[in-house]
Write a protein that binds this ligand. Structure first.
Ligand code: SIN
Ligand code: CO
Length: 383
């Protein structure tokens, strides 16, 4: 279930007063929190080819050395006693108990989520003072981490040269906290922060929310719209009068261009693009495997589970079927079906049968066949 409060603060007050505005420390946000993973399990994930992982060694072959995975056991055996961190991305896609954590954060739209990154640090391990373009909840899983909060930064803030990590040259600490298991820190984009492990076995869960840059939006929208245009659709002169000076670009030409560009920025085009873009899988090469055989999802009592790497979203249109977005593609369907498919990460077949027409049934069949939805029958859960 999504959290209703962060500590004593109601979620609606958090969203109004802190979200994207200022940091917030929430002591005991998850009372009695037990880390679903330990260091060995995280290191095990970092051995896998399909898993994105990094090691940061503050005193490596160069200051703040960054190594990228997959790693081998030898690498872990040779790490120093202290001052290193292992970071593993998208652990929610690999570990069901970590995916469960996401349920708590579904007071925010699924399409804003990037992933849950999990870090394991030896004593004094750190990735240095930096800022992210992410909204992030830093949940302490085990051990202790000291978090220092710094100034607001931007792309002009000076970085330390010669390291691939964006480490800030200056860090003006304004707050200094030690977080214990279950404590959580919310940091909006652009705020400098610096976490260092206090003792070994420091595990931190970073629940990260992404927002595309304006440059990405403009480039990608343009690309998607352009892909639907033909070479015959071209600029046309606004007025056929003789040019007073052949070098002059008249304002009317610019106005014509503006109209030409704006003509394509319809609600329909933008909604389609946004749905495609924000549901694009994090690792497109790791598309869900097509299930070899699956039980019929229409069987009474069956449940459909969303593939942990799949992203679903929808957009309701006036007087037209809704757009259901799944992993960068869209499908038209009834509004109620789109809502049912997106509301929870699992949905009972009866709830779908109640709202799906013929085309809706075919759409669910397709999503099941592509492995975006997994079917579990009554027998499988052993009731
Ligand atoms: C960490 O978990 O060590 C780093 C997380 C962050 O600073 O974003
Ligand atoms: Co950070």
């Amino acid at each position: 279930m999504p959290l209703t409060h962060l500590g004593n603060l109601p979620i609606k007050d958090f969203l109004r007063d802190y979200w994207q505005q200022k940091p917030l420390l929430i002591r005991n946000a998850f009372p009695d929190f037990e880390s679903p993973l330990d260091g060995d399990e995280l290191a095990g994930l970092a051995l896998e080819e399909a898993v994105e992982s990094r090691l940061v060694l503050e005193k490596g072959s160069s200051p703040w050395e960054l190594r990228t995975g997959p790693f081998d056991e030898e690498t872990f055996a040779q790490l120093p006693e202290s001052h290193w961190t292992l970071l593993v991305q998208a652990v929610d896609q690999w570990v069901p108990e970590v995916q469960e954590l996401l349920q708590c954060f579904r007071f925010l739209p699924d399409w804003r989520l990037d992933d849950i990154m999990v870090s394991y640090a030896a004593d004094q391990g750190s990735v240095g003072p930096h800022f992210d373009y992410y909204d992030v909840f830093l949940l302490q899983g085990s051990g202790k981490r000291r978090w220092r909060l710094g100034q607001e930064c931007d792309s002009q803030s000076p970085r330390i040269e010669g390291t691939p990590l964006n480490i800030l040259q200056d860090f003006d600490a304004t707050e200094d906290w030690v977080l214990e298991p279950g404590d959580m820190l919310y940091i909006p984009p652009g705020w400098a922060h610096w976490g260092t492990a206090e003792g070994d076995d420091c595990i931190t869960y970073s629940i990260g929310f992404r927002a595309p840059s304006q440059a990405e939006v403009v480039t990608d929208v343009a690309q998607e719209i352009a892909s639907q245009l033909t070479n015959d659709q071209r600029y046309r002169d606004p007025d056929p009068a003789p040019a007073s000076n052949p070098g002059a670009i008249p304002p009317a030409a610019i106005e014509r261009l503006r109209e030409m560009v704006l003509e394509h920025l319809t609600e329909e085009n933008l909604a389609q693009w946004f749905g495609h873009y924000m549901t694009e899988p994090k690792y497109p090469d790791l598309e869900p495997e097509t299930p070899e055989e699956t039980i019929d999802w229409r069987e009474p009592g069956g449940t459909l589970y969303r593939h942990p790497a799949s992203r679903f979203a929808y957009y309701h249109r006036e007087g037209k079927p809704s757009l259901l977005f799944v992993d960068g593609e869209h499908f038209e369907c009834a509004p109620a079906l789109a809502e049912r498919l997106c509301e929870r990460l699992e949905v009972e077949s009866g709830a779908l049968l109640a709202v799906a027409d013929e085309e809706g049934l075919a759409l669910i069949d397709e999503l099941v066949a592509e492995g975006k939805l997994w079917v579990v029958g009554l027998d499988d859960v052993g009731r």
